[in-house]
Design a protein around this ligand. Sequence first.
Ligand code: FAD
Length: 613
Amino acid sequence: MANQEPTDPSHALFDLFVTAESCRDVQQHFSALCEQLQVDPKDYRVFYSKLKERLNYWKAKDLWKEIDKRASHKDYQQRKACAENKCLVLGAGPCGLRAAVELALLGAQVLVVEKRASFSRNNVLHLWPYTIYDLRGLGAKKLYGRLCTGTLDHISIRQLQLILLKVALVLGVEVLTAVEFQGLEEPSGDKGWTAKLHPNPHPTLAFEFDVFISAGGGSFLPDGFKQKELRATLAIGITANFTNRHTAAEAQVAEISGVARIYNQKFFHDLLTQTGIDLENIVYYKDDTHYFVMTAKKESLLKKGVIKQDYSDAEQLLARENVDHDALWRYAYEAANFSTNRQLPELEFATNPAGRPDVAMFDFTCMHRAEHASLVRERRGKKLLMGLVGDSLVEPFWPLGTGIARGFFAAFDTAWMVRSWGLGIPCLQVLAERESIYQLLSQTDPGNTKNNYTSYSIRPSTRYRHVNLSAIQVHQLRLYFWGGSPICLPHVNVFPVLVPDSAGGVEDLLRWCQKNTAGYAGVEVKDFTLSWTSGLALCALIHHFRPQLIDMSSLNESNAVHNHQLAMDLLERELSISPVMAASAMASSGLIDKLSMVLYLTQVHDVLTKNKK
Ligand code: FAD
């Protein structure tokens, strides 16, 4: 039975969807399947359940079983935690798609935009044990039978993208390929946050969103984020892909899961003396292609004529015009041939999308790490939560294979942040928690993460061994004014996070305070410092929204410390807003810190306007 061709057209379309080997085919077969079953993916809230209901096919049921198991995790709250959120994900690389899947499981509406029209990267990624477990748990084995068979712990970038694309589509994620994100459009009129897309797929009906996840890879960073440069000693990486004909002879050749110079001096010495090639390390994986990644020494590249002229600046050194590509191909070919004992028959380069040998040389000298993982922008009362995942957050050193492992961790952490956002946790608290978790990411390795993969979820404590969600406190967040001059808190030594995005945002906050304290005796809000000294303004603000909490007639303007203490205690007890200054400092004219006050009042505003009684 199992091997018979299906007679039901929807079963045949499902088979085509599952076995599709290109991004375009996946999308086309998926559309055809949806049409056949008369289910509309735009109906994202019920799409997956309708698909399951209408596709009564044993192969599909095998996939649903895996996905249902994952979706039933309590953290997703039956896919309701983010039911009111709309998320734009930039980039359909593995990390963008992995994040999109989690956001869909949380119940959000998710749109992914990807500027490339196809998935064409043959290069192979190392998978840590937990990532293999994670992928299996999404039904990846049903979508790509060759996934990590036996002891294999790697996969080509394109195959990983195809698997995740299929899972994302099934969960109702909309994925637009060949569409470039060109920036954010601020809210105007009734319209919320939108994106400038090219070409614009929705000329009349823009997708409005309140969450923007940037997964654009190492070279893309959205406005508002900053990167730190990590400079290593010069490291030049070469990747090379050769055609895999999947013959018995090729299957015999052993993979090299990472030979570093210090562990096998003889191998590297022989390679140098016999070929003139001098490497620091080499990895060989068998996948769709025979894939090699190696770190080469500059001197040998110069001697072999790969690099034409020596420069101390790495960018100049590896500039296109300073590289002889024929010599590079010969170098990669010889290194691959030598390290596999010349056992790979008819070694022939696979081609890249440009039809040329798939060989590339990269600079690992300088890697980037974002200074912070999240921020919130606010314009015309519309907030936008932004987060980074994948290489755009922390660029990996490829030979160590940390890209996917840390990339997926960041995707889960980001989904956790969006969950908190969806559940209405005050935005500064959401950011402080995200930055607390981000501090752990770069130290993450298989040895210091929890080894019970079955309990892994987006909840950070299921994965990190020692996680302190309040390592960074709300009052430690730095404040910047978008468009104005940046203002820093000198005593704070943590990742900066941006709050109201323009002088306009702060002006709005001031106007909100004025409006809601108007008419109270002894209160006249003109600024964020002196107007608050007596404590009456803060008490008035609370009274305006929660009159039952405070008896304004009992307060005395001259009793400033008492007034502040009362207001701060109420805010902490009733609204979970931690104080940012001592009552005595708030009560001394000249000691109120403007930025701390803006941060504090932003939280008060967020909570009071969200939970109006
Ligand atoms: P990526 O996989 O880089 O995906 C980012 C996606 O965002 C891309 O598809 C890009 O087209 C898209 N994008 C960028 N800007 C925009 C925009 N403005 N609008 C719309 N879409 C946009 N790692 C290894 O371990 N070994 C390797 O050999 C290896 N080779 C690599 C080769 C290349 C060419 C690249 C780019 C990366 C390579 N990596 C390698 C890194 C590895 O691919 C990443 O660690 C991994 O893919 C996780 O990446 P990601 O999803 O964060 O980003």
